[in-house]
Design a protein around this ligand. Structure first.
Ligand code: SF4
Length: 399
């Protein structure tokens, strides 16, 4: 970038298309862990695109859209660590994992983190999008988004760029990311940094709230959480937040280590390298000092920069809780990072998306979560498990 990296510019897209979903617009504030402004299903439904997961976990043809009546996933799919050929054939005959069913080519970090609260709730978010939409309209969600935007504007100047194609849309994200790489190289703080890559065979995307260097020169990931109540969240919520920042670190570290490939990006996002960029994007790229014509050229530029940027991996993970009303800091917490544990947990969560097991509702002792769930009227777990168990008193467990 030709500009002073400390004067960060971030472009927003004005789309000429309607219904073009942006996978990276997930608000990183995840107090409820289901706060995304858009859902992947929207994009998939609009376009009926096929998913792509890595070959070792790939399921049957997209045409096999519906579960076989009366059979559970557990009956249809095998649970072993690695499927045999016979098992794969079995899946191909009957197979339709949640990623296929909801046409997801990738997952958001926040989707996976939501599983630590309640997996069924995440599933219902896809299944009942109208309810998910109502969640997004909640006052506290909007308040959290406003605080994030205000913080982002403290370090980024925002310019509007007209986009036409999906490739334009992603090219803008990549140009923004190039600017953030320069800023980090100059020792500056960046906010709302997109991260993406393949973890345990699934392409995942997320947005890091803030990256900055400490006085000791360590790279710190600071995740802002806003809270309606002036108190720290419950342990159950913090658990999901810890998972979230851990996954961000895995993705960021993979990017700056140069492990991301162009094929992964193109394959999982379903984009065309040859697509010529729209006039608005071309002009914006030129204003930043980049001579590019196609989407593939922007992607190459990004991958090259990531490979040779010599940025460090993230050293520290921190959660910072703010009170929405006063704007005061409620408290902060440093999060330990154990890669083996994190990957084991991720594999378990992804096994649901890949159709290797059925979704789980909350544990009986966590039934208090159902009291604040928007999907309670749809929830079969609540109906079948909780009502069957007359000894459960959810109020007792309310935290
Ligand atoms: S009602 Fe309870 S078990 Fe069902 S989706 Fe909501 S939180 Fe999960």
């Amino acid at each position: 970038m030709g500009n002073d990296p400390r004067e960060q510019t971030k472009s927003l897209q004005m789309s000429k298309e309607t219904g073009d979903s942006d996978a990276w617009d997930d608000i990183s504030d995840a107090e409820l862990l289901r706060l995304e402004s858009e859902h992947l299903w929207t994009e998939a439904r609009d376009r009926h695109e096929t998913l792509s997961v890595d070959a070792h976990t790939a399921e049957g043809p997209a045409a096999a859209k519906h579960l076989e009546a009366g059979r559970t996933l557990a009956e249809r799919l095998d649970r072993g660590p690695g499927p045999s050929s016979a098992q794969k054939r079995k899946r191909n005959l009957f197979g339709c994992c949640p990623m296929e069913r909801y046409c997801c080519r990738y997952l958001k970090v926040t989707d996976v983190c939501g599983q630590s609260w309640c997996e069924l709730q995440v599933l219902y978010g896809f299944k009942y999008p109208q309810v998910a939409k109502r969640e997004e309209e909640r006052t506290e969600v909007k308040a959290g988004a406003s605080i994030h935007l205000a913080r982002e504007l403290e370090v980024h100047e925002v310019v509007q760029v007209c986009v036409v194609t999906r490739e334009d849309h992603q090219a803008i994200k990549f140009l923004n990311l190039l600017g953030m790489i320069s800023a980090l190289q100059a020792g500056c703080c960046v906010r709302e940094l997109p991260v993406f890559g393949v973890l345990e065979g699934v392409f995942m995307v997320g947005i890091i709230d803030e990256l900055r260097y400490t006085d000791k020169g360590e790279l710190l990931l600071n995740e802002l959480k806003t809270r309606r109540h002036n108190s720290l969240p419950s342990k159950a919520q913090i658990k999901g937040h810890c998972l979230q920042v851990g996954l961000y670190k895995l993705l960021f570290d993979g990017m700056v280590k140069g492990s991301l490939t162009g094929d992964q990006v193109v394959q999982h996002l379903g984009l065309s390298l040859e697509q010529a960029l729209g006039t608005g994007v071309l002009e914006h790229a030129m204003s930043l000092g980049f001579q590019v014509v196609t989407f593939g050229e922007v992607l190459d530029l990004l991958l090259l920069n990531l490979k040779y940027c010599e940025l460090p991996c993230i050293d520290l993970l921190r959660l910072e809780y703010y009170h929405q009303g006063s704007g005061n800091v409620i408290g902060s917490q440093d999060v330990p990072f154990d890669e083996d544990q994190l990957r084991a947990k991720l594999q378990d969560y992804l096994s649901f998306w890949l159709g290797q097991r059925e979704p789980r509702g909350v544990d009986i002792e966590d039934a208090w979560k159902c009291r604040m769930c928007s999907y309670v009227e749809y929830c079969r777990w609540r109906r079948e498990t909780l009502h069957d168990n007359a000894t459960i008193h959810t109020d007792k467990k309310l935290k």
